[in-house]
Design a protein around this ligand. Structure first.
Ligand code: PLP
Length: 289
């Protein structure tokens, strides 16, 4: 169920290190099959990486349990939190992962900003991966030594404006209260999952129940390409995304060329979902179904 951002880097790494990738399969409802993870862990992987919340299906993974399983097998764990940090309360200490990454632009902050959180002792151990100013303490002609973390990993002039913007976004969300944000989106997802199949019975919905899902609802209208659906919805003032949402392997697994996806945020309302329903009636009218 991974976004390409949590797949392609590992493809490059295994090429470089001559390693191997294994994948945790999902159920048809888009839930990770932990009983298969249990078996895969017998292969003693060095790293287990998974998303906290799926950007396409919305699945909220049981990250704490998965971290415990992976650690028990001796693996390090990286969690992709890009869709979790903006939508659900996240406590990196409680999750216990070794690395937790998220992006500023998913949490109402500037593009190109983001965070990689890690345990201090791991960061101390790790060599720098970018070279330049700021990441050094002393430079000589034939050798240099490294600055303290986090500067060791922050070569060159940083994007200070983006970092300040990210801080403002974090303060804004914290001010709303992430528990309230989650509750708001859970209510919207539950409403959408209730109203969509009642009002548009032919709609195909993907992903788990509202309890296990963040604020996204992927769907298809039978016989109508999601790009066409999105265009007609757009004309009705409803913005959805159509395509593979940077999860091509997931779409292959579900045997779908593409999906349309309604996504909710702090500013979304039940009226927006009613507008989506009305827009889907218009889709039906335009395409004559
Ligand atoms: C779950 C998930 N992971 C990773 C990313 C990639 O983030 P970025 O574009 O900041 O690398 C996204 C969205 O773009 C995402 O939804």
């Amino acid at each position: 169920m991974e976004h390409h951002a949590n797949l392609v880097p590992w493809q490059l790494l295994v090429q470089e290190k001559d390693g191997d990738l294994e994948f945790i399969p999902i159920t048809d409802d888009g839930v990770l099959r932990l009983e298969v993870l249990e078996v895969l862990l017998r292969l003693k992987p060095k790293l287990v990486a998974f998303t906290h919340v799926s950007n396409t299906l919305g699945t909220i993974n049981p990250v704490r349990e998965m971290v415990e399983m992976a650690h028990a097998a001796g693996a390090l764990v990286l969690v992709d939190g890009a869709q979790a940090v903006p939508h659900v309360p996240v406590d990196v200490q409680a999750i216990g992962a070794d690395f937790y990454a998220f992006s500023g632009h998913k949490m109402l902050g500037p593009m190109g900003s983001g965070v990689l959180w890690s345990r201090r002792e791991l960061l101390e151990e790790m060599p720098p991966f970018l070279a330049g100013g700021e990441m050094i303490r002393e430079v000589h002609l034939r050798r240099s030594d490294w600055n303290d973390i986090p500067w060791k990993f922050e070569a060159g002039t940083p994007d200070v404006a983006a970092a300040i913007g990210l801080g403002v976004a974090a303060d804004y969300l914290s001010g709303l209260g992430m528990g309230r944000v989650r509750e708001h989106e859970r209510d919207l997802v539950a409403y959408a999952l209730d109203v969509l199949p009642r009002e548009v019975p032919e709609i195909a919905l993907y992903g788990p129940t509202a309890e296990l899902r963040g604020g996204v609802v992927p769907f298809n209208m039978p016989g109508i390409h999601p790009h066409d659906v999105a265009q007609v919805l757009d004309r009705s003032g409803v913005a959805v995304r159509a395509g593979h949402h940077c999860t091509m392997p997931l779409h292959e697994r579900l045997d779908l060329p593409a999906t349309a996806r309604a996504s909710f945020n702090v500013y979304s309302t039940r009226e927006d979902i009613d507008a989506l329903v009305a827009g889907l009636h218009e889709v039906r009218r335009v395409f004559g179904n």
